[in-house]
Design a protein around this ligand. Structure first.
Ligand SMILES: [Zn+2]
Length: 400
């Protein structure tokens, strides 16, 4: 077994991965089901699925937790606009997401906690932060005082001004008169009329976004998560704030590895509901196999953002067809084709910060050699290697 090196967004470099205990705790921020999920979401969750599969293949045991942010500003806003019950809206979109993920062949998380089931834990967490003195209560809301936390900003490495600008884009209210500083973020927000609320020692209200993940991650994985992942757009303010409040509440570093997947673009812009430039898994389903879509996603380095072009999906479809030909190809009794070189190249690629594009290229070579040698040589070792690769990458034999 070679050494697995993973890029850590916290230190901004590749570091040799090591386990802390018998199990590796992986927490990946799940979706906020306020609208349909798209191929960009599929990219993130497919990558973390493959990471989990590979870690298990390497002999680790994993506990993979992926939450559902089922109460938040976006859901409530969208529900009001669509005149729908916020819970119903969340359920519909969460179900669609689960259907897409299942179709893509991802292994379901070990735990799939939803924020609304963890209000008690969130309240306890908030109380803990009040107790440390870093949080303050004002007008029925509770805030995290950013200026009091010296390391705040160290994950995103942004200046105060950059942080404030980004936070404002993502739901921060800099003019909230209860705040000591515009960048302070909410842990508990006072009930607004018509919004759902829960009773708490600070008054009726609902949790802030970041504290939900801290509470759920800590509950299921303890105070130090081994790998915390999500889409790259979550680094600030979500992960920065999660990290700060967990570190302060528990007195230790929250996540050992922070890992982030790149963003998908379409027609020159980041894929987003508001711009309407979405590529949906449910549309791709009609034209491609799940393995072709996975190959497409995994043929991009996980940390880079990239643009969706249909011709790339067609290329992935061709590669899937080459792979599938191997399963149909008959082996002969003759001399075996040698795959040990490819095998080590395949693992070497994955050990190098999960270089799935390279791993796929190596498997393409194996498949091509095997197809060429069918009926002439013994290709069983090529088939065996390809089977292992299929398991790690989550690809399916469709035999066509
Ligand atoms: Zn989160």
């Amino acid at each position: 077994m070679g050494k697995l090196r993973l890029y850590n967004s916290r230190t901004k470099k590749k570091e040799t991965f090591f386990a802390q205990g018998r199990r590796i705790g992986i927490y990946v921020c799940g979706i906020t089901p306020y609208s349909v999920t798209h191929l960009g979401h599929a990219f993130t969750y497919t990558f973390f699925d493959v990471l989990g599969r590979f870690l298990r293949h390497e002999g680790y045991r994993t506990t993979y937790v992926q939450n559902l942010t089922d109460v938040d500003d976006d859901i409530l806003k969208r529900a009001r606009e669509e005149k729908k019950d916020w819970r119903e809206l969340g359920e519909e979109n969460a179900q669609k997401f689960l259907d897409d993920t299942a179709w893509l062949g991802s292994i379901p998380p070990d735990m799939y906690p939803r924020a609304t089931d963890h209000i008690a834990e969130i309240i306890t967490y908030t109380k803990k932060l009040l107790h440390t003195g870093i949080a303050y209560e004002k007008g029925g809301s509770v805030y995290f005082e950013v200026r009091k936390d010296q390391p705040y900003g160290s994950l995103s490495r942004l200046s105060y001004r950059q942080m404030l600008a980004l936070a404002n884009e993502r739901g921060n209210n800099p003019k909230d008169p209860n705040k000591k500083d515009s960048l302070d973020f909410v842990l508990w927000q006072k009930k607004k009329s018509s919004e759902p609320s829960w009773a708490s020692p600070f008054g009726s209200g609902r949790p802030g976004w970041h504290i939900e993940c801290s509470a759920m991650a800590t509950k299921y994985l303890g105070n130090a998560v081994d790998i915390h992942g999500g889409g790259g757009d979550l680094i600030f303010p979500h992960h920065e704030s999660e990290e700060a409040q967990s570190r302060v509440a528990n007195g230790k570093q929250f996540a050992r590895w922070w890992m982030h997947a790149g963003m998908l673009k379409y027609r020159g812009e980041k894929m987003s509901k508001s711009l309407g430039n979405l590529v949906l898994v449910e549309d791709l389903k009609k034209r491609y196999t799940a393995s072709a879509v996975r190959i497409y996603l995994l043929s991009h380095p996980y940390r880079s953002s990239f643009e969706y072009f249909e011709q790339d999906m067609d290329k992935a479809k061709v590669l899937d067809m080459i792979f599938q030909q191997v399963w149909r190809a008959q082996s002969a009794l003759g001399e075996p084709i040698l795959v040990s070189k490819y095998e080590s190249m395949f693992y070497h690629a994955l050990h190098d910060d999960m270089d799935t594009p390279k791993a796929l290229r190596v498997m393409e070579q194996v498949a091509q050699e095997a197809v060429k040698a069918k009926n002439k040589k013994n290709i069983t070792s090529a088939k065996a290697l390809l089977s292992t690769a299929f398991n790690i990458l989550g690809l399916r034999i469709t035999y066509r």
